[in-house]
Design a protein around this ligand. Structure first.
Ligand SMILES: [Zn+2]
Length: 84
């Protein structure tokens, strides 16, 4: 069973991974899958570094494929704060 620290519950809880599609990134249609861990107890989104890294790599690879532009690390932080 997957567990991660939930800031809302203030303890390690089990989570379920939800699949979503990122349709657009920085004005470009990317339609990339992203996986979002959600706390089974309170229903809030959790932050799991490993999953987030996979999401970002998938997104940035697609974006680079489409535009030829390499996404720099500073943009990664911006995206992470989006759901805060
Ligand atoms: Zn929770």
């Amino acid at each position: 069973m997957n567990k991660a620290y939930c800031q809302n519950c203030r303890e390690y809880t089990e989570y379920t991974i939800e699949k979503r599609i990122i349709e657009e990134y920085k004005g470009v249609k990317v339609n990339v899958e992203e996986y979002v861990p959600r706390c089974n107890r309170c229903g809030k989104e959790l932050f799991v570094q490993e999953i987030e890294n996979d999401n970002l790599n998938r997104l940035y690879d697609k974006y680079r494929e489409l535009t030829g532009i390499e996404v720099r690390w500073r943009f990664r932080k911006q995206r992470k704060n989006k759901n805060a």
